[in-house]
Design a protein around this ligand. Sequence first.
Ligand SMILES: *[C@@H]1O[C@H](CO)[C@@H](O)[C@H](O)[C@H]1NC(C)=O
Ligand SMILES: *[C@@H]1O[C@H](CO)[C@@H](O)[C@H](O)[C@H]1NC(C)=O
Length: 302
Amino acid sequence: MAESKPTTTQPATTDYTLPPTKWTTPWPFFAAVLAPVLAAMLVYQLDSFDPAPLPLHELTQPPLAAPRKNGRVLQGAEYVGAGNLLAPEDIAFDTGSGLIYTTCADGWIKRVTVNDSVTDSVVENWVHTGGRPLGLVLGHHGEVIVADAYKGLLRISDVGEVDVLTNEAEGLGFNFTDGVDIADDGTIYFTDASYKYDFHNFMGDILEGKPYGRFLSYDPITKQTTVLARDLYFPNGVAVSPDQDYVVFCETPMRRCRRYYIRGEKKGSIEKFVELPGLPDNIRYAEGHYWIAFSTVIYISI
Ligand SMILES: *[C@@H]1O[C@H](CO)[C@@H](O)[C@H](O)[C@H]1NC(C)=O
Ligand SMILES: *[C@@H]1O[C@H](CO)[C@@H](O)[C@H](O)[C@H]1NC(C)=O
């Protein structure tokens, strides 16, 4: 309902407005030339991409020649869980239960039961991390330790409960938790491949060619995370030596693995372990050998 109010009429104000100012700035020139230049300068300042050459002179030998394809390499091999595992990254075999654990690109840690015939193997969705699980190792008490690129270092109990053990060190968050292994004394060794680029943007790290990675340890008793080595080039796979003297970590674009001594006279020092004819990803020790998976062989001559 509208009430009728007496309306008062204001006397018309005298118009004292000055004559319109003549703008001297040529707007079309600003829009066409200056604005893009200013925008480009701003973007350039914000973009922290700052490529550098890899210090390949640190390598002590020319790359070994490796065949690009070895037709015999899969002879006698059988496919386990084929078609049911999306880009499995790492595996661990539990001799007690006979289960194989593997970390998949859809965020699932899958469990595979291999029966007498591998074609009868049963693939089970076990735990979904909500991230991208990469490195995986069996703990000493039935738990599974996982390096999840997005979530950090995880502990998954035997009934599938997920705990984040650590996701930062020295105030710097992990952006790409990658490889993991566990020593006999329970210490967990792992890598953060890059604090600057995450899993989705890993190519930025490779192209920039700067060392944004760290090699770390986690003590499950004190719950302390320690940076053992910094300024690493995309540190990836981790393997504790069978004698527990050192831990090997691989730096993918540097096509090398180095060892970090965890006891003895050399404790705390880093030495060359191996230089490779390809780009190392994961590394595992089994029965007298280190097994290193390459993400690619070298296509460029250096
Ligand atoms: C494989 O083993 C699992 C666990 O023992 C069992 O549940 C399953 O039925 C077996 N599958 C086949 C095809 O034998
Ligand atoms: C983590 O990675 C993302 C994507 O590459 C990036 O935007 C972000 O700044 C990174 N975090 C840090 C601390 O640099």
